[in-house]
Design a protein around this ligand. Structure first.
Ligand code: XIL
Length: 375
C-alpha cells in the first residue's frame, strides 16, 4: 500500500473510532452560513492544544471564526507588571490561521479577570489617572501589537455600561473617568490600524444600556476614532429577551453606523436562581442548591423542544438581519464545556449550546442550515 493510501485508511479508522462529531457531516453551519455571517465558537485551552479530538473535528467542521474563552484576558496575558505570558494566545492564533478562521481577540479592557496589580501601587493604594492610562496603553500596545495583522478584530472594552445606562463603577471608571473608553480605542488603533475594534457587553437590549452604548459609539466616531462594531454577548434565556427587543437593539446599533456582532451566544435551559438574575457579570453568583439543578439525568423532551424552538427563532432573527450582523459566535463548543454549568450557580448540568455532551448536533442545527439555504 502506498504511503498516501495508508494515511487515508488510518484517518478513516481514527474518525470511525471517535464516532461522528455531529449528524451534518455533508453540510455544516459554516458552509450554510458562509454568505450570511461568520459563525464562531469560543475555545478553551484544551481546544487550543487539541486535547479533545472530537471537539477538534467539530470546531473545524462547523465554525468559521474563533475567540479565546479565557486565555487572552489581562490576568492571564500580563499576570505581573511587564511580564507577559503568550504561550496559549500564540497557539490560539496559529490554530485560527491554520484553519482559515476569523480570529477575534477578547478582551483588552475589562473590570473582571484583570490582574489585581493593574490598579494599585506598591502600598496597595489606587494608582493615579496618569499611571493607569499608561498601564492601559502599554498592555494594549503590547498585546494588539504582537498579533498585528493576524487578529482581525478586538473586543477593546467589555461591560462598561450598566443596564440602566449608567457607567459601571469599575476601577477604570473611578480612576480615569469616562474617557478610559475612547483612550482604549485610540491605543488599540495605534497598535494595529487595520484591526476592527468593538465595544462588547451583555444585556444590550435594555433601553438604558442601548441608549448609552449608541451614544458612546456615535461620540467616538464623531471624535474621529475607529469603532467598527458593537458586540452583543447574547447570554440569553428561554424567556428573555423578546425577539422584538432583540430586533430593536440590533436596529439601534446598526443605525449608529457600526456592525453588529453576537459574540457570546448561549441559552441556559435551567431555572433562574433568582428573579432578575439575567446578567452575565461573572462575579454575580449564588451558592449551589439542588432544586436549581433539575436535569442531571438529561433534558426532558418538552424542555428540549422548547429550547430548540427558541434557539431556531433567535437564529431566524439573526438571518433576517444578516445585512447588519457580521458574526455570530457561540460561547463554547459543546454543552459539557459551557461556562453556564458553573454560572451563576456552580455545579449544575446545563444544556446551553447547539452541540450536546456527546458532540451531537441538536435539532436546531439542521433547522439553521435549512433556514440559511432558503433565506
Ligand atoms: C467567562 C468564561 O466563560 C469562564 O470560563 C470564566 O471563568 C469567566 O468568564 N462575559 C464575557 C466572557 O465577556 O469573557 C465571560 O467568560 C462570560 C461573560
Amino acid at each position: 500500500m502506498k504511503k498516501m493510501e495508508l494515511l487515508s485508511v488510518l484517518c478513516l479508522v481514527a474518525l470511525t473510532a471517535c464516532g461522528t462529531p455531529d449528524d451534518n457531516r455533508d453540510t455544516s453551519l459554516k458552509e450554510a452560513l458562509k454568505s450570511k455571517f461568520w459563525i464562531g465558537t469560543a475555545l478553551n485551552v484544551g481546544h487550543i492544544f487539541q486535547r479533545d479530538p472530537r471537539a477538534d473535528l467539530l470546531i473545524k467542521h462547523q465554525f468559521s471564526a474563533i475567540v479565546a474563552e479565557n486565555c487572552m484576558k489581562s490576568m492571564y496575558l500580563q499576570p505581573h507588571p511587564g511580564e507577559f505570558f503568550f504561550d496559549e494566545a500564540d497557539r490560539f492564533v496559529e490554530y485560527g490561521e491554520k484553519n482559515n478562521m476569523w480570529i477575534t481577540g477578547h478582551t483588552l479592557i475589562w473590570h473582571s479577570q484583570a490582574p489585581a496589580w493593574f490598579f494599585v501601587d506598591e502600598t496597595g493604594a489606587d494608582v493615579s489617572r496618569e499611571v493607569l492610562i499608561e498601564r492601559m496603553r502599554s498592555h494594549i500596545h503590547t498585546v494588539v501589537g504582537r498579533y498585528k495583522g493576524r487578529i482581525k478584530g478586538w473586543d477593546v472594552v467589555n461591560e462598561a455600561i450598566m443596564e440602566d445606562g449608567s457607567w459601571r463603577k469599575s476601577k477604570f471608571y473611578e480612576i480615569i473617568g469616562e474617557d478610559f473608553i475612547p483612550l482604549a480605542f485610540r491605543f488599540a488603533h495605534e497598535a494595529d490600524p487595520e484591526a476592527e475594534l468593538y465595544y462588547n457587553d451583555y444585556n444590550e437590549w435594555h433601553a438604558g444600556k442601548r441608549a448609552t452604548v449608541t451614544r458612546l459609539v456615535r461620540d467616538m466616531k464623531a471624535a474621529g476614532l475607529r469603532v467598527d462594531g458593537v458586540g452583543m454577548q447574547g447570554h440569553i434565556g428561554m424567556d428573555y429577551p423578546s425577539i422584538e427587543e432583540y430586533q430593536a437593539a440590533i436596529d439601534d446599533y446598526a443605525a449608529a453606523g457600526v456592525k453588529v456582532m453576537v459574540t457570546e451566544l448561549d441559552m441556559s435551559a435551567l431555572p433562574r436562581p433568582q428573579q432578575g438574575m439575567d446578567g452575565a457579570n461573572i462575579t454575580d453568583t449564588v451558592a449551589f442548591r439542588a432544586a436549581m439543578n433539575p436535569y442531571t439525568a438529561g433534558l426532558p423532551q418538552d424542555v428540549s423542544d422548547r429550547w430548540n424552538k427558541r434557539m431556531g427563532e433567535v437564529f431566524k432573527l439573526f438571518l433576517d438581519n444578516s445585512d447588519k450582523i457580521s458574526r455570530v459566535t457561540l460561547w463554547g463548543v459543546t454543552d459539557g464545556g459551557s461556562w453556564l454549568n458553573n454560572f451563576p450557580m456552580p455545579g449544575r448540568t446545563d444544556y446551553a449550546l447547539p452541540f450536546d455532551r456527546n458532540y451531537e448536533a441538536k435539532p436546531v442545527v439542521n433547522d439553521i442550515i435549512k433556514m440559511a439555504k432558503t433565506k
